[in-house]
Design a protein around this ligand. Structure first.
Ligand SMILES: *[C@@H]1O[C@H](CO)[C@@H](O)[C@H](O)[C@H]1NC(C)=O
Ligand SMILES: *[C@@H]1O[C@H](CO)[C@@H](O)[C@H](O)[C@H]1NC(C)=O
Ligand SMILES: *[C@@H]1O[C@H](CO)[C@@H](O)[C@H](O)[C@H]1NC(C)=O
Ligand SMILES: *[C@@H]1O[C@H](CO)[C@@H](O)[C@H](O)[C@H]1NC(C)=O
Ligand SMILES: *[C@@H]1O[C@H](CO)[C@@H](O)[C@H](O)[C@H]1NC(C)=O
Ligand SMILES: *[C@@H]1O[C@H](CO)[C@@H](O)[C@H](O)[C@H]1NC(C)=O
Length: 376
């Protein structure tokens, strides 16, 4: 993207002019990232954004959140394949959350009320699956692949076996200390496992950037439409509350949270039409399947990872995660100022606002002119 390129040139001339609001940034330095997500048919924009910005995507890892991780890994493989990006390896993540289960989640809902979107913990629905939805519940076989959901094409490539997502993350931060951004836009299970497997993992990464972490949205959940309640609930974090707590209290040099801000830009037909003015397999999939109901959640987190200066308003707050199963906020975050915080938590950069026009320009360029392995 043109403005990004000129920004890079300028920053290398004078790092201080474009000093980021929340990270020591050296834009001439090679940047690496591992992208962990619950990948889907139209969920490829984050990796297109990353490669478009010149970030070396070391690997893609799959997370159980909207559906089981294996189904997500297959979506990652398929959506890489359609754009000749299969040189980026895909690693399987943890199939199960640390302790949460379908039955446990359903019991929690019976007490505290249902979520409009339950992700992988929605009851099994054979009709929905036959119509192309990714599988849910049915924990008797979480490795079952539902082929009908591969609207992008069924993958002809395979994920790496013999090394878990968490092991891969650890290996790579040790190989490139201080340079690997960990991006997590699904549940935080894999990140938590890496944190617990290797006590130096978090501090050896460059940062952790997540999608999720809404604050002060309860009134929106009550007074708006069900869709409004949906986009203000925190399913990514709630699928695995204990992992969320482990990941968000670990000693990453920086943790960046794209929570409320991830709802700032909602997909519109006008924008989809504009993107599809340039025809390629990605613009077609986005045009056909992204829809106009949801915000650009995961894309927002990636844009902030790529260029922190896109954030126009941020707060430094101390963050904790509610891990009390009996709480209606189980799996949600709570923020504090330092004078009042409990022990064993840390500060995070909570992004409040981004530059919408720049963000949309980034998406547009990445999807219309996607990089392929030939460019990497
Ligand atoms: C930025 O990174 C490059 C490559 O790692 C290094 O050569 C350069 O000294 C760094 N600049 C600053 C200001 O840290
Ligand atoms: C895999 O190959 C088959 C047969 O050529 C093709 O129909 C399908 O679209 C391919 N999958 C992807 C994700 O490109
Ligand atoms: C992928 O590579 C094939 C063979 O080189 C080429 O025909 C096709 O246009 C490429 N697709 C994309 C989306 O770059
Ligand atoms: C199952 O999915 C179908 C198709 O999406 C839907 O019409 C139906 O209401 C779902 N059933 C339940 C019990 O949610
Ligand atoms: C930044 O965002 C916070 C939280 O939404 C808000 O309270 C504050 O007024 C904003 N600051 C500016 C300068 O807009
Ligand atoms: C966040 O905490 C770290 C480690 O305690 C500290 O070095 C840093 O200055 C804090 N950042 C802000 C903005 O308070």
């Amino acid at each position: 993207m043109q403005f990004l390129k000129s920004l890079l040139v300028l920053s290398s001339l004078s790092a201080s002019i474009y000093a980021s609001p929340f990270a020591r940034r050296n834009t001439t330095e090679k940047r690496y990232a591992i992208l962990d997500n619950d990948w889907s048919t139209a969920g490829f924009i984050p990796f297109l954004l990353a490669v478009d910005a010149g970030i070396n995507v070391l690997g893609i890892t799959s997370s159980t959140a909207n559906t089981w991780q294996k189904q997500c890994a297959y979506h990652a493989l398929a959506t890489l394949e359609i754009g000749n990006l299969s040189c980026i390896p895909v690693y399987y993540g943890s199939t199960y959350p640390l302790i949460n289960t379908y039955e446990r989640f359903q019991a929690w809902e019976a007490v505290h009320g249902v979520l409009p979107w339950q992700g992988v913990f929605a009851p099994y629905n054979a009709t929905a699956e036959a119509l192309g939805s990714d599988p849910t519940a049915d924990s008797s076989d979480p490795n079952r692949i539902s082929a009908e959901a591969f609207l992008e094409g069924y993958p002809n490539t395979t994920a790496v076996t013999g090394k878990s997502a968490a092991q891969f993350m650890i290996e790579q931060v040790r190989k490139y200390p201080g340079q690997v951004s960990i991006y997590a836009a699904g549940a935080l299970t894999n990140v938590a496992l890496a944190v617990r497997l290797d006590e130096d993992f978090a501090s050896l990464a460059r940062e952790l950037v997540i999608m999720g972490g809404y604050v002060d949205v309860n009134m929106n959940q009550a007074t708006g439409t069900v869709n409004q309640a949906d986009i203000n609930s925190d399913i990514n974090l709630m699928i695995d509350p204990e992992a969320t707590k482990i990941a968000l209290t670990a000693d990453f040099p920086n943790i960046v949270v794209a929570g409320n801000v991830a709802n700032q830009v909602i997909s519109t037909q006008e924008f989809l039409d504009e993107i599809y003015e340039v025809k390629n397999p990605y613009s077609k999939l986005m045009y056909e399947y992204y829809g106009t109901i949801f915000p650009f959640w995961d894309e927002t987190a990636m844009a902030i990872l790529i260029d922190p200066s896109i954030a126009t308003n941020t707060s430094t707050v101390y963050l904790d995660v509610d891990v009390a199963y009996a709480s209606p906020s189980y799996g949600n975050i709570h923020v504090y100022q330092s004078a009042l915080m409990p022990p064993n938590i840390r500060n995070v950069t909570y992004v409040n606002k981004i530059d919408t026009a720049r963000f949309k320009a980034m998406i547009k360029h990445a999807v219309q002119y996607p990089k392929s392995c030939a460019d990497l």
